[in-house]
Ligand binder design. Structure first.
Ligand code: HEC
Ligand code: HEC
Ligand code: HEC
Ligand code: HEC
Length: 206
């Protein structure tokens, strides 16, 4: 083996160690296995449980965290065409906001409600200054707003369409941009890297 090849190999291996290609929840911002308020030492338990889950959570999911019952201030603007269908946060967004609206303690899981640990990264209850969520993003919306791609046919860049990969039952939710389990390993738990605004340009034809 020529020494140049060897140097290249060593470089590649060390790059792979510094910039891992795979994400995962372990060691991510959502790994609370070592938090001093989580006595179980487990990862999934703060959000899911195999038994005695919170009943009637939209979509099921064996949810284990106390749900928020806050009333949210919704996004609005005079050019926002989704205003017809926007409503109080639903589905996956409601699950996120049960830790990210600052009204429910982080340690309120497994039926416990006396927690005292709160999340400093709050996105609510005032949602008027955040990207709109919990509204319908369908082909019709892309006809009204010509600078949006048709979600039923436009690729997400993750293998399927915007609709199949990024929407929850045709609605835009927190999970359209974020992956709570950090599968991609992108910064801010994004579903994919937003370098060069690639995430924004997935849906917006700008
Ligand atoms: C910080 C909270 C949180 C933690 C910790 C967490 N999850 Fe989730 N999980 C969610 C939320 C929110 C959803 C719904 C949004 C979605 O589908 O991604 C979900 C959805 C799921 C789903 C159904 C949808 C899918 O992605 O397949 C499975 C299965 C799942 N989680 C498994 C796990 C397992 C296993 C662990 C532990 C290794 C875990 N989760 C840890 C919050 C969490
Ligand atoms: C069990 C409570 C809990 C749930 C449920 C939860 N989060 Fe978090 N999340 C946190 C905490 C606490 C942090 C801050 C961790 C820290 O201090 O670094 C965080 C951090 C984040 C970050 C910042 C990550 C970074 O690398 O800076 C994002 C983005 C995020 N959460 C999005 C979401 C989304 C989207 C959902 C729902 C799909 C969600 N979270 C559900 C508790 C939660
Ligand atoms: C349209 C895409 C999009 C949607 C929808 C979205 N986010 Fe984000 N979020 C981002 C991006 C991009 C960042 C990276 C930081 C930035 O650019 O401000 C971010 C950052 C964050 C952070 C870290 C903030 C910080 O100060 O470090 C949290 C927490 C978070 N989002 C939670 C949520 C929650 C909860 C929801 C749903 C209520 C949500 N996001 C909906 C795109 C989105
Ligand atoms: C999953 C698709 C999707 C992604 C990703 C996304 N958006 Fe959006 N965004 C939408 C849709 C759909 C609307 C609603 C447009 C409408 O009805 O006028 C919207 C609305 C907006 C609005 C408000 C428009 C208005 O008229 O009030 C802004 C600004 C915006 N997005 C910027 C961004 C930025 C910046 C990013 C990246 C951080 C981003 N979006 C990522 C789908 C997306």
């Amino acid at each position: 083996m020529k020494w140049q090849v060897l140097v290249l190999l060593v470089l590649c291996v060390s790059m792979a160690l510094v910039f891992p290609l795979h994400g995962g929840i372990s060691g991510s911002a959502h790994d609370f296995s070592t938090a001093n308020w989580n006595f179980s030492g487990e990862i999934c338990i703060t959000c899911h449980t195999p038994h005695n889950a919170v009943p009637d959570v939209e979509g099921g999911r064996l949810w284990n965290h106390q749900l928020t019952d806050a009333t949210f201030v919704l996004y609005s603007s005079d050019s926002f065409d989704g205003s017809q269908t926007i409503g109080q946060p639903t589905a996956t967004s409601k699950l996120c906001l049960s830790c990210h609206d600052g009204t429910v303690a982080l340690d309120n899981f497994g039926g416990f409600t006396g927690g005292t640990e709160f999340n400093l990264l709050q996105i609510g209850p005032d949602l008027s200054t955040s990207h709109p969520i919990s509204f319908t993003y369908d082909s019709a919306l892309a006809v009204i707003d010509r600078e949006l791609y048709d979600p039923k046919v436009h690729p997400s860049g993750l293998g399927g369409t915007i609709d199949s990969d990024l929407l929850y039952k045709g609605r835009l939710e927190c999970t359209s941009c974020h992956d709570v389990h950090n599968a991609s390993g992108a910064a801010y738990l994004l579903v994919k890297s937003n370098a060069g605004s690639a995430l924004c340009l997935t849906c917006h034809n700008k």
